[in-house]
Design a protein around this ligand. Structure first.
Ligand code: SAH
Ligand code: SF4
Ligand code: F3S
Length: 445
């Protein structure tokens, strides 16, 4: 009987995509993937290290698994960002026998094979091999309708608070040929939406132009957007955009192509120039607002979301006010607010973390209040309007409701017992909830 492997994923879309690739490689090598830890011979945690809480969650889960499977001793491995950063030190935890870095997913089958044959303390933190296969068969994807397509890995930006450049290494772009072949393949398999993903998608810079010939664009990413639109994939989204590299031609490309969706995620992190400098973001408040201006002036209304960190070392009340003002001015459709979390080894970790825990919480709540007010107004603006919803699953709240995302990436629920998953439904919005819209089904495309 082949060994059964369970992979649990924490963190961002990049980890979700890596888990899919890992699973695909394991199945080709003859392993069976299972969707719960109970029956698994090998349990892998694809870990995240972006904030302290994410790392703690990993160790809590390892403890739980260990105690529930005490007598059987499955192989427990850590892959992803914590694996890459902590390396050998993870073996201080006696439960862990396998450590697989962020660029070693393709070598997993062989590593697991050795672990199952009794080898302990196996570790691989090396770079990706040349010519690695990125395509993932449809069957291994997290969704049958929405697919994540990595276009660039790693990060060169070194924002002072962030661990990602250390866990993911330098930026490496896939060739457009490779990406477009994947998108065509997904389309053939019935996928209706792709997300081009990367820590900074608009820093996309492949080694060759292969696949981009004939497409206009001010940057390689703008060309890639147009080339992806030309595949005919029905809905195309992309995250994350880095403000400094955000070229206005991205907005032009969206205006020109209906299948490039009306949503941009452009994290500001702060509205204070002093804090932005200390964060080494490479943009000022004015630079950022100029980008927002371009987005707001687009011919189609583009939905806009952002990330903000509160309580960065040295952040004052007046810095926070600058951020609240920026958030109010940008009128985001959605905002992810994070309390600053010190990450060992980053430049910001050398600064005294002088905003107390209580103060961070107070600032989080104050900013959340500002956003909630704006968001209510924006969501109410959708009342009576029609949205195109990709029906992704049954609602967890009601047996008769379905749920999915609009092209502008809002969560939409609607009564749709008769609607099959994977369809695109035209829904008229009837109710605005704080973080979702509720509507009435008009018809199915
Ligand atoms: N590459 C993207 C996002 C990377 S991580 C970007 O540059 O925007 C996702 C989000 O986590 C970041 O946008 C940031 O808001 C948050 N984050 C990263 N490091 C953090 C830290 N040390 N403490 C709190 N939040 C952090
Ligand atoms: Fe982290 Fe900055 Fe890179 Fe985003 S751009 S991953 S915040 S270092
Ligand atoms: Fe976390 Fe690594 Fe993504 S730190 S957010 S899983 S790149």
């Amino acid at each position: 009987m082949s060994a059964r492997v369970y992979i649990e994923t924490f963190g961002c879309q990049m980890n979700v995509a890596d888990t899919e690739r890992a699973g695909s490689g394991l199945q080709s090598a003859g392993y069976e993937l299972v969707d719960s830890e109970g029956a698994a011979d090998v349990i892998l945690f694809n870990s995240c290290s972006v904030r302290a809480r994410a790392t703690q969650k990993l160790f809590t889960r390892i403890g739980e698994v260990r105690s529930s499977r005490l007598s059987e001793k499955p192989v427990i491995g850590v892959m992803g960002c914590v694996a890459q950063l902590e390396g050998q030190a993870l073996f201080d935890n006696p439960s862990i026998s396998l450590v697989v870095g962020t660029r070693a997913t393709d070598r997993l089958p062989e590593l697991i094979d050795r672990a199952l044959n009794g080898k302990n303390h196996l570790i691989d933190l090396d770079e990706r091999a040349d010519g690695e296969v990125w395509n993932i068969p449809a069957a291994q994807r997290h969704s049958k309708y929405v697919a994540f397509v990595p276009i660039i890995e790693g990060c060169n930006k070194f924002c002072s608070y962030c661990i990602v450049p250390f866990s993911r290494g330098r930026e490496r772009s896939r060739t457009a040929d490779d990406i477009l072949a994947e998108v065509y393949g997904l389309r053939e398999h019935g996928y209706r939406e792709v997300h081009l993903i990367g820590q900074n998608v608009n820093s996309y810079r492949p080694k060759s132009e292969a696949g981009l010939e004939g497409f206009k664009g001010a940057t390689p990413f703008c060309k890639l957007l147009r080339a992806t639109a030309a595949t005919g994939m029905e809905r195309i989204k992309f995250t994350t955009s880095f403000p400094r590299d955000f070229h206005p031609d991205i907005v032009t490309a969206i205006e020109e192509n209906e299948n490039l969706c009306d949503w941009i995620h452009l994290p500001a992190q702060s509205g204070s120039d002093r804090v932005l400098r200390a964060m080494r973001r490479g943009h000022t408040r004015d630079d950022y607002l100029r980008r927002i201006e371009t987005i707001k002036q687009a011919r189609r209304r583009l939905s806009l979301t952002s990330d903000i960190i509160v309580g960065f070392p040295g952040e004052t009340e007046s810095d926070l006010e600058d951020t609240m003002k920026l958030v109010a001015d940008c009128e985001y459709d959605g905002l992810y607010i994070f309390k600053y979390s010190e990450r060992p080894g980053t430049p910001a970790a050398r600064l005294p973390d002088n905003v107390s825990r209580q103060e961070k919480t107070a600032r989080f709540l104050a900013l959340e209040r500002v956003q909630r007010r704006i968001q209510r107004r924006i969501y109410e603006g959708y009342l009576g309007r029609e949205v195109q919803v990709l029906v992704e699953r049954d609602s967890s709240r009601s047996r008769t409701d379905k749920t999915g995302h609009s092209t502008c990436h809002k969560v939409i629920n609607f009564p749709g017992e008769s609607v099959a998953l994977g369809q695109v439904a035209r829904v008229q919005v009837r109710t605005a909830n704080p973080n979702s819209l509720y509507g009435e089904l008009l018809d199915v495309a």
